[in-house]
Design a binder for this molecule. Structure first.
Ligand SMILES: *[C@@H]1O[C@H](CO)[C@@H](O)[C@H](O)[C@H]1NC(C)=O
Length: 270
């Protein structure tokens, strides 16, 4: 076979029109394809915003250094509502007095704290005061020193909302992700005093910093098989001391049974 024999065959192949599946045709996308594209775009945008949101909550400070320094150095409930300037690096806080602390707190056993209390908060018609156990508790409000929730009005709200307060405060905790003031407003709307609400919201933001992943992707139920859910246990361990020091009155210390399951002996007998 000579090369000239192949010539015409190749030419013929070039001239032959391409089968239709190889020709480029401009097709207008069908409605189905358009919907598909838009859905894909929306899902990507939503996923991206969710990731940005999770990252920003995880890395937000929520005034954690302020609380960490207060927990270490405050000796009165009033100190918890004043400003304590503190500087922060990624993991450390420099407190006003120069002390450098780990930004994240350690877990604390609040049952042990409450069991060791020797003081009581008692009230007369004018004010409440912290007294030693051996002085006659005339009008007993709660076990432990008085704080910003230690007054008859807040006690009344604790009692009236015993079964719903945990749920309402979880809602406020979600609001506290975006705005501290919004969360405080939600708590005052329930009827708690301004200062007491501020302690609640301080607790919420403390829990946000320490328990965000546990609470965002786990059960937030107040009771699970007779025990606290992981989220509430995390809240208890990391924020329980802050809340006690700021608010004074917890429902357990005041002998109020709530929707949170507690073990025998944890709730004070009045
Ligand atoms: C916390 O303290 C209480 C009372 O002291 C104790 O019974 C309990 O086992 C402790 N819990 C943990 C998790 O250590």
């Amino acid at each position: 076979m000579s090369s000239s024999d192949l010539g015409p065959t190749i030419e013929a192949a070039v001239i032959l029109p391409l089968p239709p599946q190889f020709t480029k045709q401009k097709r207008t996308p069908t409605l189905k394809q358009k919907i598909c594209k838009i859905t894909l775009l929306l899902v990507s945008v939503l996923t991206l915003s969710a990731l940005v949101f999770l990252a920003s909550v995880s890395f937000s400070n929520y005034n954690q250094c302020d609380r960490t320094c207060k927990l270490k150095f405050c000796s009165s409930a009033d100190c918890f509502l004043s400003k304590m300037a503190s500087k922060r690096s990624v993991k450390k806080c420099t407190c006003q007095n120069g002390a450098v602390l780990n930004r994240k707190l350690e877990r604390v056993n609040t049952t042990a704290i409450d069991a060791a209390l020797v003081e009581y908060c008692v009230c007369n018609s004018v004010e409440c005061a912290t007294v030693q156990a051996n002085s006659a508790p005339s009008v007993f409000l709660h076990k432990g020193p008085c704080g910003h929730c230690s007054n008859p009005a807040d006690f009344q709200i604790y009692k009236e909302t015993a079964l719903t307060l945990t749920k309402s405060s979880t809602k406020a905790a979600v609001a506290s992700i975006f705005s501290k003031q919004k969360a405080i407003n939600q708590m005052t709307k329930i009827g708690l005093s301004d200062k007491c609400s501020e302690c609640w919201v301080g607790n919420m933001q403390n829990t946000l910093v320490h328990c965000f992943w546990t609470c965002a992707f786990g059960s937030r139920a107040s009771c699970e098989n007779g025990h606290l859910s992981k989220c509430l246990q995390c809240d208890e361990d990391y924020s329980g001391k802050y809340f006690r020091d700021c608010a004074g009155m917890t429902r357990r210390r005041a002998g109020i049974t709530s929707d949170i399951c507690r073990q025998n002996g944890e709730i004070v007998d009045k």
